[in-house]
Design a protein around this ligand. Structure first.
Ligand SMILES: Cc1cc2nc3c(=O)[nH]c(=O)nc-3n(C[C@H](O)[C@H](O)[C@H](O)COP(=O)(O)O)c2cc1C
Length: 197
């Protein structure tokens, strides 16, 4: 069935110097989208203006990650997150996103904005895909959305407790060859290559 969430399984990729930018109002409705955003998502400006940002939501994204994003930005904090998005034709693309509040001169939050760039493939494939699959799994069990978010948040908190890290530190140290972060053989190899370069 070619429904709203139809997926092709085809991945789209950002160029290394591409930056996707969008801005929203306080409710998450899109107020600005740059050309890179429109191109990769397969949208026109007319299609997305004033539409909820969930327009490009991909079903593999855990609810608990969006909960964490909203909790941070509504408190006026910045947050980084790996996000898989769904283009309008059902293709998907991964981004590493920075999301933060937009303030007026008086310091009031008047909206939100996000810049994204191409993520490190090894981090996405080795760490984020399995983490999100785990979160999605626990989020599927509860009967309602609120319980699903709570279950996902608890599962994410438990991963962070295992690591002895706050979310921000966990995300920022992924792929940096941190002794404290998630570290795989592949990351270790990349770290070694960096040193030799
Ligand atoms: C500035 C900003 C950027 C956002 N970018 C995305 C995005 O790229 N993809 C996405 O699915 N949701 C994004 N969101 C989150 C959505 O507003 C929404 O919370 C999410 O898609 C989950 O929607 P749902 O709870 O209706 O399923 C963004 C929110 C803000 C404020």
């Amino acid at each position: 069935m070619r429904g709203e969430r139809f997926l092709t399984g085809n991945e789209r990729f950002l160029a290394l110097d591409d930056i996707i930018v969008s801005k929203t109002d306080l409710t998450g409705r899109i107020t600005y989208a740059n050309r890179t955003f429109l191109k990769i998502a397969g949208l026109t400006e007319k299609d997305c203006m004033r539409q909820p940002h969930s327009l490009i939501r991909h079903p593999d994204m855990p609810r608990s990650i969006f909960k964490r994003i909203w909790t941070a930005i509504e408190a006026g904090d910045e947050i980084f997150a790996y996000i898989i998005n769904r283009a309008m034709n059902g293709d998907h693309y991964w981004v590493y996103a920075h999301v933060t509040a937009t303030r007026n001169r008086a310091g009031d939050i008047i909206g939100y904005h996000s810049n994204r760039r191409a993520p490190d493939r090894a981090i996405v494939d080795d760490l984020i895909v399995p983490l999100y699959a785990r979160l999605r799994h626990v989020e599927r069990e509860p009967k309602n959305g609120k319980q699903a978010v709570e279950a996902g948040c608890e599962a994410l908190d438990s991963v962070l407790r295992e690591k002895g890290m706050e979310y921000d530190e966990f995300i920022m140290t992924l792929g940096q060859g941190s002794r404290r972060g998630y570290r795989t053989g592949r990351e270790a190899d990349l770290g070694q290559a960096d040193c030799q370069a």
